[in-house]
Design a binder for this molecule. Structure first.
Ligand code: UN1
Length: 503
């Protein structure tokens, strides 16, 4: 696989010395073997890169937004041309099955298209003023250098959400990818550089990548030149980062964990629900932040649904994600596997009946971690259920009334994604109402994962509150100025204040 990886990186434009002589050993979760040795940035390089980004910002903020959109359009073209190779690298480095690797690159292309259109639609309001002969409006300006920290499970798509919007909004960026997935980040950066060359006069350092460890992340968190930090990862990471950003009044977009539930009502279309649940709970080996982890089922539908899910869980093919027949690839590493085992033990101790969840293919791949997804008939929403375990575990619980189901949905610390399966309008509406799901995403008759880029993506509570991608998320990357213009020749003060003096 090392040879294939080297060939892919070469084709995508990554210089070989960057991935052969470095100190960071990169492993493929498919076999556990080392596939590259990547150079890490040190804090000097980080400082220089942030300085270049700031210089780039000073130029880029004055480039007209539709012209900035042209850069993103070119990036979208590069992504289209490199889709197959980049997706293959996602499969090799993150272990996603082929179609999910391709989907990840498609998500990057989609957000580029979205941002190109947006580059002609960055708009403020004109607001009625209380003063005669005045006009009040708002103008949106570029913010500054944006830092982006991404995690292994969406190693490039989440960066793309940020870069596409940040660039059309007139910002520069510095990206710290996950240490588990530096290769696909370097390959993506090579595409950025190709787009920049075709663009012609993009400032040096406009969008860069810093491969490295925690110190690089800290440099982004602490540096006053980073006006906005968009960080995806664990709630623990967010809890460490958020107060430090707040201390220097930097903006943050936090996309942290999720402990997502789906409610299945008695009226639910079960064929559809089973298929949706299977993808949401088992897809990407349970390693999406939107993965379905808790299933709350009406007691009348419980036995039938559980039986059908058992059949689906028993038959789902687990294996090498490069093989088109596999639907579930490996866990990212040994620690993901031990976290899964610990959660299964805890669930058993709490009275759960575990179906599946065992390690497989260990003889073939002793250093890789393939598991059968686990389905757990759970007597109650115990401690382990309320915790996010980043693995394919689905806890199934019973409910009687919709109130009870919604309370269970909302009882956990996270608030990312949620779903209801029902044929009844009143149940669907109640779920989406003010006293319904408290999550950033509340779906009806589809699972909680696999969001399109057109909507705002993110969630509440321990998920961090950030929103990325579509809708009006671009506003987070800009600073808003309120402008009041007086063309009256008089000086009426707001709120009728009088301040007459002889002058
Ligand atoms: C994530 O898991 O960090 O909704 C992001 C989804 C994807 C994004 C997930 N579009 O599953």
């Amino acid at each position: 696989m090392a040879a294939e990886t080297a060939a892919l990186l070469h084709k995508l434009g990554v210089e070989s010395h960057r991935v052969t002589r470095g100190s960071l050993a990169t492993r493929s979760p498919i076999t556990g073997e080392i596939i590259a040795r990547v150079e890490s940035a040190d804090s000097n390089i980080a400082q220089q890169t942030i300085a270049r980004a700031e210089d780039a910002f000073h130029i880029w903020r004055n480039v007209p937004a539709p012209r900035r959109g042209e850069f993103v359009r070119l990036l979208g073209e590069e992504l289209r041309a490199a889709k197959a190779e980049l997706a293959r690298l996602v499969t090799i480095e993150a272990g996603k099955i082929t179609t999910e690797g391709l989907g990840e690159i498609q998500e990057m292309i989609d957000i580029c298209d979205f941002a190109v259109g947006l580059s002609r639609q960055l708009h403020g309001l004109t607001i009625a003023t209380e003063r005669r002969g005045h006009r009040m409006m708002e103008t949106w300006h570029p913010l500054g250098v944006a830092g982006v920290i991404t995690s292994f499970n969406f190693p490039v798509a989440v960066w793309a959400w940020n870069v596409a919007l940040a660039l059309v909004c007139g910002n520069s960026l510095v990206w710290k990818p996950s240490e588990k997935t530096p290769l696909v980040a370097l390959a993506t950066q090579a595409l950025v550089e190709r787009a920049a060359a075709r663009f012609g006069d993009a400032p040096d350092g406009l969008s860069t990548v810093l491969v490295g460890g925690r110190d690089i992340g800290e440099a982004l968190v602490e540096d006053a030149r980073i006006r906005l930090l968009s960080a995806t990862g664990s709630t623990a990471m967010g809890r460490a980062v958020a107060p430090r950003l707040a201390r220097r009044f930097a903006r943050s977009i936090l996309e942290l964990g999720g402990n997502n539930a789906a409610i299945v009502c008695a009226s639910a279309p079960l064929d559809l629900a089973v298929r949706a649940i299977a993808f949401a709970a088992m897809g990407t080996a349970g390693q999406r932040c939107t993965t379905l982890r808790r299933l709350i089922v009406h007691e009348d539908a419980y036995d039938e649904l559980l039986n059908r899910l058992r059949r689906a869980y028993a038959s789902v093919p687990v294996g090498d994600p490069r093989d088109g027949a596999s639907l579930i690839g490996p866990l990212i590493d040994a620690s993901a596997y031990s976290a899964m085992r610990a959660a299964l033990d805890e669930a058993r101790d709490a009275g759960g009946v575990v179906f599946g969840g065992e390690r497989v293919l260990a003889d073939e791949y002793p250093e890789a971690y393939y598991v059968r997804p686990a389905l757990i008939d759970m007597p109650a929403q115990t401690e382990v259920v309320r915790r996010e375990t980043f693995a394919p575990i689905l806890y199934v619980m019973k409910f009687r009334s919709l109130d009870e189901a919604i309370a269970l949905n909302n009882e956990v610390a996270h608030g990312l994604a949620s779903s209801i399966f029902t044929a009844r309008l009143d149940e669907a509406e109640r779920f989406m109402a003010a006293d319904g799901s408290d999550c950033g995403i509340a779906n009806v008759n589809i699972g909680p994962s696999g969001a399109e880029i057109g909507g705002a993506f993110g969630g509440e509570k321990d998920t961090g509150g950030g929103r990325e991608a579509g809708s009006d998320c671009w506003k987070a990357y800009m600073r808003r100025a309120t402008n009041t213009i007086n063309y009256s020749g008089e000086l009426p003060l707001a709120q009728g204040v009088k301040f007459d003096l002889d002058a």
